[in-house]
Design a protein around this ligand. Structure first.
Ligand code: PMP
Length: 403
């Protein structure tokens, strides 16, 4: 087994410098063991997770593991087929019913990943439609817009004034759809759903929200950014992933019954791919139960995010403004971002280095995520590691980070 340093050196030899980002390769770090909800072993060392979207700390929860284990024993390790043919379980349908009910929609379709849920949307994007999408939408939504037949226009991130201009200029005969994330994945900020909802009503547009990061985490009942922002009923179609708050893997689309029925018979990412395995389906059902009944997990995750943010603010580090457990440190330069990532890693903290194409050129970020499972002591350890990393790597921030 190569050490991390040896792997980095090996990459240095075989990757071109522009891809290599200053000889540090921050990706594909193999986890050898899980020690606790937020600690893993990488390269034989104990590492504190600060880059996971397991916001409610459920992926290691005994109830999810018991449900998954039981489903594994009863139904096997996989379904060996798509939902359409042989791969639909009763538990898929139960999950669909419960999710639709939870999010206040008529129906839901469960698929194998959140990425596939978003790709499924492409079958709704017909040639007479105009899609208006936030510039910061996730890669899977961008892919869906490319696969669909509709014309696409992007508006500046959360810029509802520009969105209004585009809507005003649109041919009234066109079907209009607005596509956004609830909580944006890269920087943890929220969409301006009240603004979007008002425009949608004025111009007769449909609203599609990817709630990958916020369903389970935000809103008094955990129904996501739409509930948190008081606009639950403004969302026509919602996508969800089980890989974040639900602590497992999988995804779903919820919406009106006729839309979901259309997806069941036209969405290629769902129809031509194996269905969600029994264990993940059972874990998602167990997670939904926890999401409904344990709001304190949301509060703990948000509190951990606030502790992290206020500590970083004391250091004077530039961050994208938000009030969620995901904090984006604005670094800018990709090589500097990789060096910061490596310093954090060397101090036993795994963060996310967000480089192009996840972010625009020159806008590299260090993304830190904390969860309901992080203790105050662990959040403070992340803060110390950031202060140390900034001191060593970025002399420009030296004074600020030691303040
Ligand atoms: N949408 C957003 C906003 C995401 O951040 C992600 C995952 N990073 C996805 C969709 C895809 O979800 P999954 O991991 O379940 O494929």
């Amino acid at each position: 087994m190569l050490s991390t340093t040896a792997r980095i050196d090996a990459f240095a030899k075989c990757r071109p410098p522009d891809v290599l980002h200053d000889v540090i390769y921050p990706y594909y770090q193999p986890i050898q063991e899980r020690l606790s909800d937020v600690e893993v072993v990488i390269d034989g060392r104990r590492v504190l997770m600060a880059g996971s979207n397991d916001y409610l700390g459920l992926s290691n929860d005994p109830r999810l593991k018991a449900a998954a284990g039981e489903a594994l024993r009863r139904f096997g390790a996989g379904n060996s087929g798509s939902r359409v043919l042989n791969g639909t379980l009763e538990s898929h349908q139960r999950l669909e019913g419960e999710l639709a009910d939870f999010l206040g929609h008529e129906a839901a379709m469960v698929v194998s990943t959140g990425y596939q849920a978003n790709l499924a949307l492409s079958s709704l994007f017909g040639s007479g439609d105009l899609l208006l999408a936030d510039r910061h939408i996730h890669a899977s939504l961008i892919e869906a817009t490319r696969l669909g037949q509709a014309r696409l226009q992007r508006y500046r991130h959360n810029d509802t004034a520009q969105l209004a201009e585009l809507l005003r200029a649109a041919d009234p005969a066109t079907g209009l759809m607005i596509v956004t994330e609830g909580m944006f994945s890269v920087a943890g900020d929220l969409c301006d759903l009240p603004g979007i909802a008002d425009l949608a009503t004025r111009f007769g547009a449909r609203v599609i929200v990817d709630g990958a990061h916020d369903v389970g985490l935000l809103g008094a009942g955990g129904r996501g950014a739409a509930e948190h922002l008081g606009r639950l009923s403004a969302v026509d179609v919602q996508t969800v992933t089980f890989s974040k708050c639900f602590g497992t893997t999988g995804g779903a689309v919820t919406g009106p019954a006729h839309v979901i029925d259309h997806l069941r018979h036209h969405a290629r990412s769902a129809m031509f791919s194996a269905s969600l395995p029994p264990a993940c389906t059972a874990a998602a059902l167990a997670a939904l139960d926890v999401i409904r009944t344990e709001p304190e997990r949301r509060r703990r995750a948000i509190a951990a995010g606030r502790r992290l943010r206020s500590g970083l603010a004391v250091f004077g580090l530039p961050m994208v403004a938000a009030d969620t457990p995901t904090v984006a440190l604005e670094v800018g330069d990709a090589a500097l971002c990789c060096r910061l990532w490596k310093e954090l890693f060397d101090q036993g903290v795994l963060a996310n280095a967000m480089l192009p194409p996840s972010v625009p050129g020159g806008k590299a970020l260090i993304r830190l995520s904390v969860t309901a499972a992080h203790t105050d002591v662990q959040v403070d350890r992340i803060l110390e590691a950031v202060a140390g990393a900034v001191r060593r790597v970025s002399p420009a921030h030296h004074g600020a980070a030691t303040a």
